[in-house]
Design a protein. Structure first.
Length: 218
């Protein structure tokens, strides 16, 4: 004769499996909801003003560690910039070591910290007396854009250390732009569907275990 503990085991496993299925269902639903909350396909920050008296504004190194994550699902990043003065502007993203080499000896500002509420950008000035070479003519950029009006840079997220740079297109001092950043997070939909599929499979397992527990108790 089976012990009470043995008879109850399928019921306990069924409950635990049901809980896990519910968690996967909630996570999958959340991922799909977030996917539909994107603005024109993008999660976008507010448009804010950035300015420096120097010749360029660069970000600190952005460490992109995908840790084996499929680069095709990592999505894209987008930077949109508009010159506050109406002149042509340049924006680009490149490996940090190449950006540092390009800006070496040029006075520029490095964005070290960013608060969003309220908005406050903290920069660190780097002195120099060399005029930078034409940014659009450099071959270091993984993605770049240049011109008047609102310029949009889209970059396929990759492993590595990266820095973004915003300048006047002619490299002149006094960078004054409005900028926003965004991400498309293309992995959300397949992630959500995968989680929902897992939740459905676990639900079937839980139902089967519950039926087994009922038969065992008879």
């Amino acid at each position: 004769m089976q012990s009470t503990r043995t008879r109850r085991l399928p019921a306990v496993i069924a409950v635990l499996t049901g809980i896990l299925a519910a968690l996967l269902l909630a996570a999958g639903t959340g991922a799909l909801y977030a996917e539909h909350q994107k603005d024109d396909g993008w999660f976008t920050t507010a448009d804010e003003r950035f300015s420096t008296d120097t010749r360029a504004l660069a970000t600190e190194s952005l460490d992109m560690d995908l840790d084996g994550f499929d680069a095709g699902l990592a999505g894209k990043a987008r930077l949109q910039v508009t010159s506050a003065t109406g002149g042509p502007v340049f924006a680009g993203i490149a490996p940090t070591k190449d950006v540092e080499r390009y800006l070496a000896g040029t006075d520029h500002a490095t964005l070290t910290h960013l608060d969003t509420s309220p908005f406050r950008a903290t920069t660190e000035a780097v002195s120099g007396d060399r005029a930078p070479a034409d940014p659009a003519a450099q071959d270091i950029w993984s993605a770049s854009t240049s011109g008047t009006g609102t310029r949009s840079l889209e970059w396929d997220i990759e492993d590595g250390d990266w820095s973004a740079v915003v300048m006047n297109a002619d490299g002149s001092p006094g960078v004054d732009v409005r900028a926003s950043a965004g991400a498309d997070a293309s992995f959300l939909q397949p992630l959500g569907l995968g989680l929902l599929g897992g939740a459905g499979l676990l639900t079937l397992v839980a139902v089967g275990l519950a039926a087994m527990a009922v038969r065992t108790d008879r």
